[in-house]
Write a protein that binds this ligand. Structure first.
Ligand SMILES: [Ca+2]
Ligand SMILES: [Ca+2]
Length: 180
């Protein structure tokens, strides 16, 4: 009887531990994985996009949008630099001019990028295909998973005034430090 009870308790303990391990949020995971990197990132977002009371959900959305827009603009700029006649699209001929001027290593990469961007395979990257390329670069620069972690920063708003202050971030990281 004692053995059965002990076995049942052991099973329950294992189940409890599994549930606890699964309950660790992506935010907590990011905080634990590299606390220093996380602190610098979060401090920068609060400083750059927070108001007088701290970082709000609107500030987080601005940060996400700006990071993505920067990456998107970079990708589209590289494509537009090949649009020699300024008609808003890049043809294979225009690519050819860039390829002749490019280094041997860059050539393969440019070819690959052109083919990938030319979704309808008409040998021309039109404006819509350029924007798609830009959007793909934007989502690579700041993934949906990363955006979700940024949004969940608001769970660290300890006094629940709708803004995350540097002090609240500091305390959250300190709590984490004490637990581990
Ligand atoms: Ca063109
Ligand atoms: Ca095309």
């Amino acid at each position: 009887m004692v053995k059965v009870v002990a076995a049942v308790m052991l099973v329950m303990l294992v189940m409890l531990q599994t549930a606890w391990a699964e309950s660790v949020s992506p935010l907590e995971d990011a905080m634990r994985k590299d606390p220093d990197r996380f602190r610098v990132m979060a401090e920068d977002v609060i400083a750059g996009f927070g108001g007088p009371a701290g970082l709000t959900p609107a500030g987080i959305e601005e940060h996400v949008a700006l990071e993505r827009a920067t990456a998107r603009a970079g990708a589209m700029r590289r494509l537009l630099a090949m649009d020699l006649d300024n008609d808003g699209s890049v043809t294979r001929d225009e690519l050819g001019v860039t390829l002749r001027a490019a280094s041997a290593t860059a050539r393969g990469r440019l070819e690959r990028q052109f083919t990938a961007a030319d979704v309808d395979a008409d040998n021309k990257i039109n404006a819509a295909e350029m924007r798609s390329e830009g959007q793909a670069a934007a989502l690579r620069a700041l993934t949906d998973a990363e955006a979700a972690i940024l949004r969940s920063l608001m769970t660290l708003d300890a006094n629940q005034d709708g803004a995350l202050a540097q002090e609240e971030l500091r305390q959250a990281l300190q709590r984490l430090d004490e637990v581990t």
